[in-house]
Design a binder for this molecule. Structure first.
Ligand code: ZN
Length: 378
């Protein structure tokens, strides 16, 4: 879901990051405030003042989004859930949890904390607008807290829609889970609603563009719809995966006896005799039964093809370590999580120096698909 991101800092112990797409959003908001919103409400002001108002408004919006996500994160932490950090991206923000809430009540409170925070902010900015108006501040400056009150109210309402991946969808799932005691069917309902809402938003976007000629607005609705629709489906799939892997160990899902490379082999031989015939991207490097590391196409590519003859696997391999090795007794759920977060989507399964197998994200997803195909209730 996220592309390149930069770390902005830390608040209350949570790492705050901005996805590269957020820069685009920030500029778009700044531009639309400076050239649309403020000039239409407060006519005849100097151009520079519109941009100043817009800048303050954009910073206020940024802080509001952050406050919303922080409130989710604080409640999650209170329930002992690990939060990886907060990432701001094209469609707002996301508090990234490493794990799912364990109880319906904790999920409900965590979900509802965000919209409540936005409502509180909306009320706060409304009062602020009244206060600054009361002391005779120029009307256009009163417009900034007024704008932020409206935006936070809209944020709260939109997020309360009872459909995944909106906060309202999580709250609905938690409520269904609480009353029906079945997380799986509760998730199914919330994610179906999310997919429906996504379709609706996309249709509304197309209608806006075609019927009203509002292409930019229509495109936004369409993109948000696409995001909501995709995300809602993915959430349900992820839960099915977790259920399927629950209680299983890495040993049960790994690929046993993988083809390995010898550290003394030349890259030429590795490519001709191992990589091409096996058509895999990565191979564990083993000498006399001891796992040393791995070598893959990324390492081979770093070396000029004309010196492959003289370069040995041991010279370019990546040493075995915590970020590329998992224990055979580790949980398969945990393995899926690690594979999804890793850059290579590939882990070696070993205890100490003894290699047991390898585990690739692609294979694990394939396995899950087979299970679903054969075991899904008719
Ligand atoms: Zn939220």
């Amino acid at each position: 879901m996220f592309g390149r991101r930069m770390v902005l800092g830390r608040i209350l112990g949570f790492e705050i990051r901005a996805d590269i797409s957020w820069v685009f959003l920030a500029l778009l908001i700044l531009w639309s405030l400076a050239s649309g919103f403020f000039p239409s409400f407060y006519e005849g002001l100097p151009q520079g003042l519109y941009w100043t108002l817009a800048l303050v408004g954009t910073i206020g919006l940024f802080a509001s989004l952050l406050f919303h996500e922080l409130s989710h994160s604080v409640v999650a932490r209170a329930y002992g859930l690990e939060i990886q950090g907060i990432t701001l991206f094209l469609f707002g923000g996301a508090a990234e949890m490493r794990e799912e809430p364990r109880t319906a009540v904790s999920e409900f409170l965590m979900a509802i904390a965000g919209p409540i925070a936005s409502l509180v902010l909306a009320a706060g900015f409304y009062v602020l607008a009244l206060l600054v108006a009361g002391v005779g501040t120029p009307e256009h400056w009163v417009g900034v807290p007024r704008y932020l009150a409206i935006v936070n109210l809209a944020l709260a309402v939109f997020n309360l829609l009872p459909a995944f991946p909106m906060d309202g969808g999580r709250a609905l799932r938690a409520a269904l889970w609480y009353w029906g005691k079945d997380l799986r069917s509760a998730t199914k309902v919330a994610s179906r609603l999310g997919q429906g809402l996504g379709m609706l938003l996309m249709a509304a976007g197309i209608a806006q563009a075609i019927l009203l000629g509002n292409f930019v607005g229509g495109m936004w609705w369409f993109l948000i719809g696409l995001f909501v629709q995709g995300n809602a489906g993915a959430t349900y799939q992820q839960l099915l995966n977790r259920f399927a892997l629950h209680g299983m160990s890495v040993r049960e899902v790994m690929t046993e006896d993988p083809v390995v490379a010898d550290p003394d082999m030349t890259l030429r031989r590795l490519v001709d005799e191992v990589v091409y015939p096996q058509h895999h991207h990565r191979f564990p490097v083993v000498r006399e039964g001891r796992l040393l590391g791995y070598v893959g196409t990324n390492q081979i590519k770093q070396v000029d093809a004309d010196v492959w003859e003289r370069t040995r696997v041991g010279d370019v391999m990546v040493a075995a370590g915590d970020d590329n090795v998992i224990a055979p007794d580790a949980g398969a759920e945990k393995a899926l999580e690690r594979l999804q977060q890793s850059e290579t989507g590939w882990l070696m399964v070993a205890d100490g120096e003894r290699l047991h197998g390898v585990l690739a994200l692609r294979d694990l997803l394939q396995y899950l698909q087979l299970r679903q195909e054969l075991e899904a209730p008719a």
